[in-house]
Design a protein around this ligand. Structure first.
Ligand code: NZQ
Ligand code: ZN
Length: 389
């Protein structure tokens, strides 16, 4: 096991009515907050009003900024920064999923910074300060409610880039599984693919031995494989949503990469897709991950055979290990298709035209690599995109 420090500082408030407790939580940090949300689902469902009432009851005032798009944009982040400065906001409260939360995180980083917030995403500057953030989660997916990550798209040039900092761990996140009941099926499936991908990114490691975290990841994967079809079949199944929502947080709160170095190449490969084609992150991962797996499995056939046996139930005892590995990848594709996901770019209406451009942007014109399990440079990235066609 590799040495590690684990220090996740996000307080999780989990269960029915969790959103009505955010006023008290917010009050500990600020007397005025920005409520930041997406395209309207929070207003339509009445969630916004419940959150606003909770703030009011705690004596916390608010300003609001909606309109966060999936794959959140830098221009709205800039607006949010200006608004927070003008209104002297002390905490950013996101209502939504990864997009509203990441946009909130970027605003929180930008408010105390005198330069351009995009500096943090290019690596030109490292964050040293941020406003506190709180979240009300409405979709189990990105895990941003308890992560150090923040992913923003700059419209000019279509650059989708991430920054990681412990400063943007939300101070509190309210997780009420009932809030997910209104999710469209497509978003449920995208979310499940993202959660599973966060687990795969951690599973495919060269660190050894990693038995405990292997087992924890496998258990979380099996939970998602059980719960996702149940919530699709019965959108009001609270218990299944509760499993899925907690799995989504656990998958990305850094617990499951303790003692190991994860891969993360597929996330970078996917971010170029969602930047170029504005597809949902989870939909892109459902295409990229099987292709990445087929490209890399020979690097560690026993690891792929292990996950095939323990997670997908492939009976690998009498099977050639390579056949077991490939059977596991096939079962993953079958499961994602069962959820309604496309597992090929063609299914998303995407062809080969922009592959060289995406591989170029991914690797800074071939000068850098992504991933740790194997290093993916421009040539490898092109091959993976082509395998995904
Ligand atoms: O905008 P609204 O109207 O709320 O609609 C949203 C949006 O259209 C809808 N939705 C969410 N909750 C709903 C709902 N509709 C009805 N009922 C509800 N309860 O779902 C759509 C997708 O929302 P979004 O926030 O975009 O989803 P997700 O959580 O998948 O976030 C995706 C973003 O997170 C980034 C992705 O790259 C992408 O930009 N990621 C962030 C990470 C992080 N910060 O740690 C890690 C991830 O790997 C990921 O990269
Ligand atoms: Zn993800």
């Amino acid at each position: 096991m590799d040495d590690f420090v684990f220090h996740n500082t996000t307080k999780i408030i989990f269960g029915r009515g969790a959103e009505t407790r955010v006023g008290e939580e917010a009050k500990a940090f600020a007397s005025k907050v920005l409520i930041h949300y997406g395209g309207g689902s929070a207003k339509k469902s009445g969630l916004f009003d419940r959150v606003a009432a909770s703030l009011k009851a705690a004596g916390v005032s608010y300003v609001e900024l909606g309109g966060v798009a999936p794959n959140p944009r830098l221009s709205l982040v800039r607006q949010g920064i200006e608004l927070c400065r003008k209104e002297k906001v002390g905490l950013v409260l996101a209502i939504g999923g990864g997009s509203a939360i990441d946009s909130s995180k970027a605003i929180a980083l930008g408010v105390p910074y005198s330069g351009d917030v995009w500096d943090f995403f290019t690596g030109a500057a490292v964050p040293t300060e941020a406003l506190p953030i709180g979240t009300v989660l409405t979709i189990p997916a990105a895990g941003s409610e308890a992560s150090t990550g923040c992913v923003i798209t700059k419209e000019e040039g279509l650059f989708k880039r991430a920054v990681n900092s412990e400063l943007i761990y939300p101070r509190f996140s309210a997780l009420n599984p009932e809030l997910a009941f209104t999710l469209p099926k497509e978003q449920v499936a995208n979310g499940a693919a993202d959660i599973m991908s966060h687990l795969f990114e951690r599973y495919f490691t060269n660190s050894r031995p990693v038995e405990l975290t292997d087992r924890l990841i496998e258990a979380t994967l099996r939970t998602v494989i059980d719960a996702a079809p149940r919530v699709l079949a019965t959108p009001g199944d609270y218990d299944a949503w509760a499993e899925l929502m907690w799995a989504g947080t656990i998958a990305h709160n850094n617990l499951l990469n303790t003692g190991r170095v994860g891969d993360w190449g597929s996330h970078d490969i996917e971010h170029e897709l969602s930047a170029s084609y504005d597809i949902a992150h989870g939909a892109g991962l459902a295409v990229v991950f099987p292709a990445w797996m087929k490209y890399v499995y020979k690097h560690d056939v026993p690891r792929f055979a292990q996950i095939a046996g323990r997670v997908w139930g492939v009976d690998n005892a009498y099977m050639d290990q390579e056949r077991a590995a490939l059977a596991g990848i096939e079962r993953l594709e079958g499961f994602w298709q069962h959820l309604g996901l496309k597992v090929r770019l063609s299914g998303l209406g995407i062809g080969a035209e922009r592959i060289p451009e995406m591989a170029d942007k991914l690797t800074n014109k071939g000068t850098s690599t992504v991933g740790n399990f194997i290093k993916v440079g421009r040539k490898e990235a092109e091959a993976i995109y082509r395998l995904a066609l």
